[in-house]
Write a protein that binds this ligand. Sequence first.
Ligand code: TXA
Ligand code: MG
Length: 323
Amino acid sequence: MAECLSATAEATEKAGAAIREGRLVAFPTETVYGLGADATNDEAVASIFEAKGRPRFNPLIVHVADTQAAEEHVVFNAEAEKLARAFWPGGITLVLPRKADTPLSLLVSAGLDTVAIRVPAHETAKALLEAAKRPIAAPSANPSGRVSPTTAAHVMEGLGTAPQLAYVLDGGACPLGLESTVIGFPEGIPTLLRPGAVARDEIEKVLGHALGDADAGSGEEGRASPGQLESHYAPGSALRLNAETIAADEVLLAFGPRAPDAETSMNLSASGDLKEAAANLFAMLRALDAVAEGRRIAVMPIPDKGLGEAINDRLKRAAAPRG
Ligand code: TXA
Ligand code: MG
């Protein structure tokens, strides 16, 4: 059983040592909890896939302490530099070409010639990077296909018995609650590969132009962000989206002040605040799932602007038929 430790300086030192020894540590970031390994150690990175039960090798996000550390591993272009200056540390991930001499495991790229990299803002994540003295590869700390964890208890619930996992650092609930926004540069054009914690319009404001479209020209299989499996965020219960009313065999995931009466319901944000809704999304999906007992989860419509784009993306995946 993994040990769940409050994220004190002492616990973080222990966890950093475990990373250097090739073991896994789950830790909070401002987005979601990550399942971390030494990104320069092939076996440690492989054990991430093992622990999560991932059906195949998806490329992983590498976490580093600052932009200078990122520059040791990937080649920046001018627009990537602009985004790093504006949003790091924070909830944005940049997919950039690998440097030939980077010590990063090839497995973090899963066969691509790029690396997804980000500088997290969460104090515990920063302290762990410092203690480990290694770049840390970390996907969300949930078993494959399940909802991302936003508390240490969620991590223990899903991965607590994974033998590869040494420690879960408990740093409280993740403030943003949605995974990072992933930006790639196919043909040099900044492109939204995964909507996330930083909204599209904030990024476009910094760039001074619109982001490219990930699905354009990426062909058959070719989703530019390979981890974007349709049913990636599935809770156990079925979901019905854009529900204006609720049926007898449903529980309700509400949004905004005009929620219909329901026997079992939770409100992502009674005031209609998208940031509050993002922070609550995964925890409320889990909580409703736990009490649904075969009932469907009806989800009220969420406006598709700002963080609503990422919330709707995750809800669509959660509602997709299971494969
Ligand atoms: O907020 C987050 O991003 C969290 C925390 C822990 O940092 N991590 C996370 O990792 O969500 P994961 O593995 O669940 O999602 C990584 C996403 C996937 O959609 C993956 O396909 C994409 O990033 N990705 C990673 N490397 C890539 C690459 N080289 N090219 C394109 N997409 C990549
Ligand atoms: Mg994930």
